[in-house]
Design a protein around this ligand. Structure first.
Ligand code: C2O
Ligand code: CU
Ligand code: CU
Length: 523
């Protein structure tokens, strides 16, 4: 049934064949398949019909209004990604029970994936694959938004290392509200290197998406970042949700677990720690497994970032309880200034930086699978910064407030434009330095900014002016938290995929107000 649609449906087989050279920039003349001439199928030549380069995974992903039971009483109206698998096994797409989150999409490195996105919401939208290394036209740039009833056709090879990536909307100015309504999901990549590390799998491999939300008395979502002053801070909800559920409890057995944690919040930063003071054993970051496990008392997780944690309950008795908590920290001054200034809102019940429980863990049964934490998890190699093309003159990016507007080097988002220092040569390796210098004269405006690059995993090679502890700068990253007064250097290889990509603050309200820019990789 599904395969029938694949071969004869309105998808335009010829368009797909044109795409068979994955990664070739610009071959997708009209990336929007409803505009494909429906007679295309009859024009196929015999050669075109040979079944070559079929995708390993082919699915439809639809964004549409839905309702989910979150609290007793009225269900909550949300927007949700829903998937239909046309090719590949059904378990490549996993729906979290009772969750507004989109399905977890699973792919193996090297596989070819086709995703037919259809927008059934009333707003323009487009899907971005956060952390995935894909051609520019597949990256979900806001200029590729499609309207209600329209579709966008994605086709790419999964080139990333095994790791926890994710997808979410990226229309300019509306990313915050659309993610908030529920549009987000995990994209989990596996590979052979990961397999040989023999990490906990199946029920011992647990995805955990942390978000914050505010509800009215009728169980409906309230988004309180509509005004400029609230956008300055970013949205902060008063319920901490895990996988779309409030008061989340994770039942475990006496075993080790791999916890894959995504901060899918609009602007809240978490300072993760175990309530019972056991150290956090960190095994992975944004771009997959670290070379070896790290132990930390606590770790920051800012919006967009992922952390993978090894959690071992072998020595805990049945009935034992602990929790993953967020420890207090100084979350910047914009929030405080704002609250005094406007005396408002639900969100101040839980400002950025207060402490709270994220979810509880309960040991419920004895059972021994004997997972062993490998001393070596993966091979990443040293970051060769001296081989950077601009080793002695890193590019500078200043994160500042400009006319009541967060900006990068004094500029806000322009759909088609790049500044001179935002053009890089294909094949080059560059050092970019981000300075969180804050609000300048407006000292009350000092905020953390999680900076994210599309299309690339990078290395964090230096952090200066450090004002906090608890960063995990190791491994490969696509999003990095920069606290007020800090500056960081990252090393990026622009080794393939020419074209226009984004970099921006992943505080979604900052992003929506224009704290986002293009960079252009010139062939
Ligand atoms: Cu997850 Cu452009 O972002
Ligand atoms: Cu991204
Ligand atoms: Cu920001």
């Amino acid at each position: 049934m599904a395969n029938k649609e694949f071969t004869t449906g309105g998808l335009g087989r010829r368009q797909f064949l044109k795409l068979a050279g994955y990664g070739t920039f610009g071959v997708l003349a009209g990336g929007i398949w409803p505009f494909i001439d429906p007679t295309t199928a009859s024009q196929l030549t015999a050669a075109d019909q040979k079944p070559r380069s079929l995708p390993d995974l082919d699915l439809s992903l639809i964004a549409r209004p839905a309702q989910v039971p979150i609290f007793p009483g009225e269900p909550t109206q949300v927007w949700q990604y829903q998937a239909i698998v046309h090719r590949g096994s059904q378990d490549r797409v996993v729906q979290l029970p009772r969750s507004y989150l989109g399905p977890i999409i699973k792919a193996h490195r090297g596989e070819k994936v086709r995703i037919r996105f259809r927008n059934d919401t009333v707003e323009k939208s487009i899907v971005h694959w956060h952390g995935l290394h894909v051609p520019a036209i597949m990256d979900g740039h806001p200029r590729h938004v499609v309207s209600q009833g329209e579709s966008y056709f994605y086709e790419f090879e999964v080139k990333n290392r095994a790791g926890t990536y994710w997808y979410h909307p990226h229309p300019h100015g509306r990313t915050g509200p659309q993610v908030y309504r529920g549009l987000a999901g995990l994209f989990i990549v596996s590979d052979d290197e990961e397999r040989s590390a023999r990490l906990p799998s199946d029920e011992y491999d647990v995805p955990l998406v942390i978000q914050d939300r505010t509800f009215d008395r009728g169980n409906q979502l309230i988004y309180t970042a509509g005004h400029r002053m609230e956008q300055m801070t970013g949205f902060l909800g008063d319920w901490i949700m895990v996988n779309g559920m409030p008061d989340f409890v994770l039942p475990v057995s006496t075993n080790a677990y791999r916890l894959r944690i995504l901060n899918g919040s609009n602007s809240r930063i978490y300072r993760l720690a175990w309530q019972d003071d056991r150290p956090l054993t960190i095994i992975g970051t944004d771009g997959g497994l670290l070379e070896k496990p790290l132990q930390r008392r606590y770790a920051f997780l800012s919006p967009g970032e992922r952390l993978e944690i090894w959690a071992d309950f072998n020595d805990d008795p049945i009935g034992f309880e602990t929790a993953l908590v967020s420890l207090p920290f100084d979350g910047g001054t914009a929030g405080r200034g704002m609250m005094m200034g406007r005396g408002m809102m639900q969100s101040q019940r839980l400002p950025n930086g207060v402490g709270f429980t994220i979810f509880k863990v309960k040991v419920t049964k004895r059972e021994n699978r004997d997972w062993v934490l490998p001393p070596k998890l993966s091979e990443i190699g040293p970051s060769q910064q001296d081989a950077a093309d601009n080793f002695s003159s890193p590019k500078d990016f200043f994160l500042t407030m400009n006319h009541m507007q967060w900006s990068i080097n004094g500029r806000t988002f322009e759909m088609e434009d790049v500044a001179d220092n935002e053009i890089v040569r294909l094949g080059s390796r560059e050092i970019w330095q981000f300075h969180n210098t804050g609000g300048g004269m407006m000292h009350m405006m000092n905020m953390p900014h999680p900076i994210h690059l599309h299309g690339k995993q990078f290395r964090v090679i230096e952090r200066r002016g450090v004002t906090h502890q608890g960063y995990v700068d190791e491994g490969l990253k696509d999003t990095v938290l920069i606290m007020p007064g800090e500056r960081i250097k990252i090393l990026v290889d622009f080794d393939d995929y020419p074209g226009m990509f984004l970099y921006h603050c992943h505080n979604l309200e900052h992003e929506d107000m224009g704290m986002m820019r293009n960079y252009y990789v010139k062939a």
